[in-house]
Design a protein around this ligand. Structure first.
Ligand code: SF4
Length: 191
């Protein structure tokens, strides 16, 4: 896990270095949370989910409880077709897990200030580089899965799933039903 976490950070860093010049004119500013509220699916890998869980373990118990409730509520809201802000977004528009935020949040930026009529505008080369980074992240997590943040964190909160995943075992048949219902991708098929 430790070694994989280092490799994951190397993928993040390589993406940042490769796209630094391309995103220089971005309109994103501290306190803008458009993507955290409106961008739809925040896909993460299970490995990223484990890193987020570790960050959550350092939070006060009351906050952990509130977050767990928020994930459940977000799952219900999404299933009802409603857009819901990310559970990690705080009232001051800051991210609760900024240092450990997943790649989905790191890759997004916009050349203009966004609103509902003007969603993020992203350079094509940055998007292509992001696709390569996602493929590398999925390959690295080759006994894991990818999907929206709340679903992956929910899966990791199920003791039987967590045990299988942390043992490095690969049993996609055990999550098949949940996976199909929630667009969970099996990372190994992409490697
Ligand atoms: S994890 Fe943080 S940066 Fe990503 S969508 Fe949620 S609040 Fe925003």
């Amino acid at each position: 896990m430790k070694e994989k976490t280092t490799q994951l950070k190397d993928i993040y860093d390589a993406f940042d270095a490769d796209t630094r010049d391309l995103v220089k004119g971005r309109a994103c500013t501290r306190g803008c949370s458009f993507c955290c509220r409106e961008a739809g699916s925040i896909d993460i890998t299970t490995l990223e989910g484990m890193i987020i869980r570790k960050a959550m373990e350092k939070m006060p118990k009351s906050r952990q409880k509130t977050l767990t409730k928020a994930f459940r509520s977000e799952i219900k809201q999404r299933e009802a077709g409603n857009a819901v802000p990310c559970p990690f977004l705080m009232k001051n528009n800051a991210c609760m897990i900024y240092e450990e935020r997943p790649f989905s949040c790191r890759r997004i930026y916009s050349a203009h200030v966004c609103d509902r009529d003007a969603p993020p505008a992203v350079n094509r080369q940055v998007m292509e580089r992001a696709h390569q980074a996602i493929a590398a992240l999925q390959q690295l997590d080759n006994t894991g899965y990818s999907g929206h943040l709340s679903y992956i964190l929910y899966m990791l909160s199920v003791p039987a799933f967590l045990k299988t995943y942390t043992a490095g075992e690969f049993k996609p048949e055990e999550i098949m039903e949940f996976g199909k219902a929630h667009r969970i991708v099996i990372n190994r098929t992409r490697s």
